[in-house]
Write a protein that binds this ligand. Structure first.
Ligand code: GCO
Ligand code: MG
Length: 414
C-alpha cells in the first residue's frame, strides 16, 4: 500500500483554512490541517509545489520516517511555514493509520488517560459589565475555566476583546480581518496600545471578577507578548492575589531567558508557545522550569509526531499541556489536539473557541462538548471529514492579523 494522491484544499467557510487530503492506493482518505493565520498561501504553496510529489508512492504507514524525511530533508530547519506543512502530512498519515486500524486516534497514542478534557472559553468585554455578562454566560453553560480579556480605558481596540459579543454568543473573537464588505484584505488593520494604562487597569478587573464569581472558577489571561520582562514581572506579581490558572505570553517567547526575571518575581503560573513550532524553541523554558504550560498546537508544530516529542519532553519537567485552540486551527487540527490531550499523562487544559456554523458545515466533526468538557469521540481516525462541495463554495479570501502601535505610532508586539 502507498500514497496515491496528496491534494491541497484552500477554503474560506467563514475564515480561511488550508487542508491536505491524502489518499492511499486502496482508497483510505486522511486529512491534515496546515492553516497559518494570515499567511495561508505560503503553506499551501510549500505543500503543493514542494511536498506533494515527494509523498506519492511512499508507504503511508511509515509516519516517523516520513516526518524525519520532510524535516531533515528540507535542510532549512523549523519555521512556521515548514512545520505547518509537515504537520498536515503527519496528521493525515495518523488519520489513515487509525482509520485502517478501525480505532479513534487516541487509541494508537496509548489510549485514554482521562475520561474528558477540561476546556477554557474566551470571555471579553470593553467594560466590566459586558465582561461579567460574558463570563456569566459561560458559567451557566457549565464551563469551569474562562479566559478574561478586557478593554483598557483610553485605548480604542485591544487584543482579544470582542466588539460584537452578546450574551450567549459563541463566536466571540476573530483576530484576522478581511477587507471592507467581507472582501479580500489588502493590508492589516491597526490597533493601539499603552502598557502603563493596561498595567493599571487589569488587576482591578480581576479583583472584581473574583469578587463576583468566587474562588473556584479557573481564570486565565493572555497578555499577547506585549510586555518587556520587567513589566511582565510586575503584571504577574500584581495578579497573584487573584489566583490565575495561567498568565499567557506575558513577554515575547523567543527571548527565553527573559522568563527568568518573571519567574524570580512571581508565583503566577505561566504559559507560552503558541507561536513556536519546535521542541527546540522551548529548551531553556522547559529545562529551567520557567513556564508551567506549553501552548503549541499540532497544526503549527509538525503535527501529532512533533507534539509528542514536545509533550514528552515537557512531562519530564512536570510541565503540562495547554494546546492552542483558536478558530484559526481548523476542526482537523482541533481533533488532532483532542486525541493527544486524551492520551498524554501531562494534560493541563484545552483552549476551546467553537468554530462558526459555516465552518462546521464544511468540516464534519465527531468531537463532543458537554458542560465545560470536550471528548474527541469514537469515530476511527481523527473523526473529521471535509465536505469538498461545501469547501468549493467558499473560495480563499485574504484576511490579515492586525498590527499594533503605541500611542506615539511606534510599531509594538502583537
Ligand atoms: C490564543 C491566541 C489567538 C491568536 C491567534 C492568532 O491564545 O488563542 O492568542 O487568539 O492571537 O491564534 O492567529
Ligand atoms: Mg494566546
Amino acid at each position: 500500500m502507498s500514497i496515491s494522491t496528496a491534494e491541497v484544499i484552500v477554503t474560506s467557510p467563514g475564515r480561511n483554512f488550508v487542508t491536505l487530503k491524502v489518499v492511499t492506493s486502496d482508497g483510505v482518505v486522511g486529512w491534515g490541517d496546515a492553516t497559518l493565520n494570515g499567511r495561508e498561501l505560503a503553506v499551501a504553496s510549500y505543500l503543493r509545489d514542494h511536498l506533494a510529489s515527494t509523498l506519492i508512492g511512499r508507504d503511508e504507514d511509515r509516519i516517523e520516517d516520513t516526518w524525519q524525511y520532510l524535516y531533515r530533508g528540507a535542510y532549512w530547519r523549523r519555521g512556521p511555514v515548514t512545520m505547518a506543512a509537515i504537520a498536515a502530512v503527519d496528521m493525515a498519515l495518523w488519520d489513515i493509520k487509525a482509520k485502517k486500524a478501525g480505532v479513534p486516534l487516541y487509541q494508537l497514542l496509548g489510549g485514554a488517560s482521562r475520561d474528558k478534557l477540561r476546556v477554557y472559553a474566551h470571555a471579553s468585554g470593553n467594560d466590566y459589565p459586558a465582561l461579567a455578562r460574558a463570563i456569566r454566560g459561560y458559567v451557566d453553560e457549565g464551563y469551569t475555566a474562562v479566559r478574561i480579556q478586557t478593554g483598557v480605558p483610553g485605548l480604542e481596540r485591544v487584543y482579544g476583546v470582542s466588539d460584537t459579543a452578546e450574551p450567549g454568543q459563541r463566536y466571540d473573537y476573530e483576530p484576522a480581518h478581511r477587507g471592507a464588505d467581507g472582501g479580500a484584505a489588502t493590508r492589516p488593520e491597526e490597533e493601539d496600545w499603552d502598557t502603563p494604562a493596561y498595567l493599571r487597569h487589569v488587576p482591578a478587573i480581576f479583583e472584581k471578577v473574583r469578587e463576583e464569581f468566587g474562588p473556584e472558577l479557573r481564570l486565565l489571561h493572555d497578555a499577547h507578548h506585549r510586555m518587556s520582562p520587567i513589566e511582565a514581572a510586575r503584571l504577574a506579581k500584581s495578579l497573584e492575589p487573584y489566583d490565575l490558572f495561567w498568565l499567557e505570553d506575558v513577554t515575547p517567547g523567543e527571548d527565553q531567558e527573559a522568563f527568568r526575571l518573571v519567574r524570580q518575581h512571581s508565583t503566577t503560573p505561566l504559559a507560552t508557545g503558541e507561536v513556536f513550532n519546535s521542541v527546540h524553541d522551548y529548551r531553556t523554558l522547559i529545562t529551567e522550569r520557567l513556564i508551567d504550560y506549553v501552548r503549541s498546537a499540532p497544526t503549527h508544530t509538525g503535527g501529532v509526531t512533533g507534539m509528542k516529542k514536545l509533550l514528552d519532553f515537557a512531562a519530564i519537567y512536570g510541565i503540562r499541556s495547554g494546546i492552542h485552540g483558536p478558530t484559526d486551527v481548523s476542526p482537523v487540527g482541533m481533533a488532532a489536539a483532542l486525541h493527544l490531550d486524551l492520551a498524554i499523562h501531562n494534560f493541563g487544559i484545552q483552549e476551546y473557541m467553537p468554530h462558526s456554523e459555516l465552518t462546521l458545515e464544511a468540516f464534519r466533526t465527531s468531537y463532543t462538548f458537554d458542560r465545560g468538557f470536550l471528548h474527541p469521540g469514537e469515530t476511527p481516525g481523527l473523526g473529521v471529514e471535509l465536505d469538498e462541495e461545501v469547501a468549493a463554495r467558499h473560495p480563499y479570501t485574504a484576511a490579515y492579523l492586525p498590527v499594533n502601535r503605541l500611542l506615539d505610532g511606534t510599531v509594538h508586539d502583537w
